[in-house]
Design a protein around this ligand. Structure first.
Ligand code: GDP
Ligand code: MN
Length: 378
């Protein structure tokens, strides 16, 4: 999950990383009031969960405060890469002497945490990496040791051996690393980290992405709704406790296990059938869970057919069949339903479904052919 700049900055401020004075505004009028309190030139920044706002017109410096309302209105109306801004961050404008880049990021390939620092901030780090490779230092962190002073010392040449500034930077690097660990981040980035005339280092921008696998222990953050990027049906699924993946097509696959779902997807593709979504019941599903799952996928208006693919192990086929039988009443008639049951208590399951006039197959390919027939007919 990505955080908005204003949320990242709240965290920075808690950890005593310097940020500009400022506040979040929901309307142009609010922006004007906040700017009046700041009382000097301001920066207005669109709050969206994508980067590169500056280039897309989402970051505006306003020197004359009588312009704030107008500029804020424009920013609120400007979509950035297809995303509507949630609000505007109104900040006191800082005079920048130099812009640096600093991030702590998970390097998946190396399976290590990487600290990246550059004396060329304010632009894409990929671009810096191509054009000024000597102006970047990358430090790999040994997780057991944490980040050590002798690592950070390698940044000294990039700040022209300015010891006073280096000591400030060192503190920020360590703090950023603790934030990265504490919040289970995939990345935490400051770009630009600005050096002011007074010699202070200030985080002018903040980016943070939390590993969704850690959401269970990031309860504080799970409550905030930064779900803009998730598909509505995936969100509905998540709220009901399922993993749902939205795809393009008309069949919903409900299965107990992600691998099982993917093999079903492959087979449907072989028969030129597109999949609307995949819902994983995971292990030990009860009849109630199955009924819930059907409710979820029916909210996807693309769904014209449902294919259950159940391989009973700990999950018992009769339990699932009871759920399917229970859910059948709520499934509109124009939606085709097919079912594959294999494994524990398969016979009992098939009998339960037969009682509600639903044929269950034992073999997946038969089930797939079955739904192809039904849907092409309907
Ligand atoms: P991004 O484009 O989404 O990364 O947004 P940033 O917050 O990084 O802002 C883009 C650029 O605007 C920065 O690289 C700065 O050059 C500039 N900028 C942002 N805030 C200030 C500020 O307070 N003062 C000045 N002079 N420039 C700023
Ligand atoms: Mn930036």
């Amino acid at each position: 999950m990505k955080l908005y700049e204003y949320q990242v900055k709240e965290i920075f401020s808690k950890y005593r990383i310097n940020i500009q004075k400022g506040k979040l505004a929901k309307t142009p009028q609010e922006a004007k009031q906040i700017a009046a309190v700041i009382g000097g030139p301001v920066v207005l920044k669109s709050q969206v969960l994508v980067g590169g706002r500056g280039k897309a017109g989402g970051v505006k410096i306003v020197d004359d405060l009588s312009d704030v309302e107008k500029v804020a209105d424009k920013i609120l109306e400007t979509e950035i890469k297809g995303y509507k801004p949630k609000a505007i961050l109104v900040l006191e404008k800082i005079e920048i002497k130099q812009e640096f880049y600093l991030s702590v990021v998970l390097d998946r390939k190396m399976k290590k945490t990487l600290v990246i620092f550059s004396s060329f901030g304010g632009m894409d780090i990929e671009e810096v990496s191509k054009k000024h490779p000597k102006k970047i230092v990358k430090l790999y962190v040994e997780e057991l040791l944490g980040i050590q002073d002798f690592h950070i010392n390698r940044l000294l040449p990039l700040v022209d051996n300015n010891r006073e500034m280096f000591l400030k930077l060192k503190k920020i690097v360590k703090t950023l690393y603790s934030i990265y660990k504490k919040y289970d981040c995939l990345i935490v980035e400051i770009n630009p980290l600005a050096l002011t005339d007074k010699g202070d280092l200030i985080a002018l921008d903040g980016k943070m992405e939390i590993d969704n696998n850690a959401n269970y222990r990031q309860k504080l953050l799970v409550d905030i709704d930064n779900k803009d990027k998730e598909n509505p049906i995936e969100l509905i699924g998540k709220k009901a406790g399922f993993v749902v993946i939205k795809l393009k097509g008309n069949i919903s696959i409900i299965s107990n296990g992600a691998g099982l779902a993917l093999s079903t997807l492959d087979l449907l593709h072989k028969y030129n059938m597109g999949v609307a979504n995949i819902l994983d019941l995971s292990g030990g599903a009860t009849p109630e869970k199955v009924i819930q799952a059907v409710k979820v996928v029916l909210q996807d208006k693309d769904v014209k057919g449902i294919l259950f693919n159940i391989f009973g192990g700990i999950t018992r086929c009769d339990e699932i069949a009871r759920g399917i039988a229970g859910a059948l009443k709520s499934i509109p008639e124009d939606i085709s339903v097919v079912c594959r049951l294999q494994g524990t208590n398969r016979e009992e399951g098939i009998n339960i479904l037969r009682d509600v006039n639903l044929d269950a197959e034992t073999y997946l390919e038969e089930t797939v052919k079955n739904i192809v027939l039904k849907m092409n007919r309907g």
